[in-house]
Design a protein around this ligand. Structure first.
Ligand code: PLP
Length: 473
């Protein structure tokens, strides 16, 4: 392209003020502010100018192109990217979808505390300073049998604080088979290094015995660490050291026995494979000095990390500098307190995660049939005859690193989307006003009913209608 031609094309770029005065720009200004809209339009025009100078072929008319591109960016920025979705994957504690949905009591508590002043760090009795940990410590102790407890941001923070307070500058002995990576880059060796402790790994990947631990103890050893392998299970010949033995060894050598439990089971679940996870109480009873766990896995509360166990050790952590950086905010505390109270009052089945894990087959089948009928009604109205719906058996999962190899048999609705393909239909469902995240199996979209919350069925029908209109079904 010659220089004069380039200049001519550059001159035909629409003026900023013209674009800013259009009705759609005014509309966008209402949610983003005029300055932001101006900034985004400027960026769009600059980009087009640059492409013209480089000689990139560009569709004309330029005005249309500029408007289309600016609108695209503006519309994306106008709504939040953090949005509610419908979890139809059948994975209950789904890390990417926010782990545990909160119980309605927990939501009420957040609502009440978040928009007002509160007793977060205030004692009404003393008329002065109180401790934020005091609101939940007693309940945790009641529910787990611990002497004392402390909450922090999440379980990774709990492990970090527990190790920093008990083992900084000293050695921690851990089994090779437990040096796992959990979730998004929670790696035991790295957390250990952060805490200032030195790691001594003992045994082999599939076997570590009490004698391995005993031989590794030196004058500088402070902690025996046991880690729940979570999302990982070794099959075949496996020997791991029972916590009772570790606890006895730790006690006899004056060491701390620290256990990272992960999932935070407070009371046994009613599932055929319940015996595979130990509750916090079981571990403390078996002799763990300190147990750490998450609030938003099997416990079904908000994201929080709990450290429970020996009062003497917890007191040390309460005075640790690191705690200030890891402390929990008032909304989380309110939600956690309310969730714990559901356990205390014997209403743990009001916690969505617990209800979903324990949901029986008859209920699941009934839910799947009802959803199937509802979607058939939607299809009939749309005249979409290409698409076949049926009730199917599904493999659901607890998720969040608990019971990694156990399948929860469930039910769902399978959609055979005809010529469009399952991936396309799934993409349309994700793009709906209320996004639906389904499972996919054998080129069928599977809506697992176990993970649906009250009211989700209707929303799925609406999203399904939207998706079908796009030619997804
Ligand atoms: C999930 C998990 C963690 C990390 O907990 P967060 O609450 O995600 O910080 C650490 N250890 C174990 C064993 C886990 O299962």
């Amino acid at each position: 392209m010659s220089d004069s031609h380039t200049n001519q094309v550059l001159r035909s770029i629409p003026a900023m003020d013209e674009l800013l005065a259009t009705p759609w720009a005014t509309e966008c200004s209402r949610s983003l502010g005029r300055e932001t809209v101006k900034h985004i339009i400027t960026e769009t025009l600059d980009h087009i100018r640059e492409e013209i100078r480089k000689g990139t072929p560009i569709p004309v008319p330029l005005e249309e192109l500029a408007v289309r591109r600016a609108k695209h960016v503006l519309h994306r920025r106008m709504s939040s990217t953090l949005r509610p979705v419908i979890n139809a994957t059948g994975v209950i504690v789904h890390t990417n979808l926010g782990r545990s949905p909160l119980a309605s009591e927990a939501l009420r508590a957040v609502h009440e505390i978040a928009g007002a002043y509160s007793t977060l760090e205030y004692s009404l009795e003393k008329g002065g300073r109180g401790g934020r940990n005091d609101h939940v410590e007693w309940s945790i102790c009641r529910l787990s049998g611990a002497e004392a407890a402390l909450v922090v941001n999440n379980n990774a923070a709990a492990v970090l604080l527990a190790l920093s307070a008990t083992a900084a500058g000293r050695e921690v002995i851990v089994s090779c088979g437990e040096l796992v990576e959990i979730g998004d880059s929670f790696r035991i060796p790295e957390i250990l290094a952060f805490s200032g402790a030195t790691m001594r790994a003992v045994g082999c990947t599939n076997a570590s015995r009490i004698s391995d631990y005993r031989k590794a103890i030196t004058e500088n050893t402070a902690v025996l660490l046991k880690i729940h392998p979570s999302n990982y299970r070794i099959q075949g010949f496996v020997t791991s050291t029972p916590r009772e033995e570790l606890s006895r060894l730790a006690a006899s050598r004056n060491l701390v026995f620290l256990e990272d439990l992960g999932s935070g089971l407070l009371s046994q679940l009613e599932t055929p494979f319940a015996h595979r996870e130990h509750s916090v109480r079981d571990c403390l009873k078996a002799g763990s000095s300190i147990v750490t766990f998450s609030g938003d896995k099997l416990l079904g509360g908000p994201q929080i990390g709990v450290i429970a166990g020996s009062k003497q050790l917890i007191d040390k952590m309460k005075g640790h500098q690191l705690l200030r950086a890891l402390r929990v905010d008032k909304m989380t505390l309110a939600a956690f307190d309310a969730s714990l109270r559901l356990y205390l009052s014997g209403r743990r089945s009001d916690i969505p995660v617990i209800r979903m894990i324990e949901m029986d087959n008859r209920t699941l089948r009934k839910k799947a049939r009802a959803l199937c009928r509802m979607l058939q009604g939607t299809l009939a109205k749309l005249n979409a005859h290409d698409c076949i719906l049926s009730v199917v058996e599904t493999c659901d999962a607890v998720g969040g690193g608990s019971y990694p190899t156990d399948i929860l048999p469930g039910f769902g609705v399978a959609i055979s989307p005809g010529s469009t393909g399952a991936e396309t239909l799934a993409a349309h469902l994700r793009a709906a006003r209320i996004p639906v995240i389904p499972g996919i199996r054998d080129n069928r979209v599977i809506l697992h009913v176990r993970t649906l919350l009250p009211g989700d069925e209707k929303a799925i029908a609406a999203s399904f209608a939207e998706a079908s209109n796009k030619g997804g079904a």
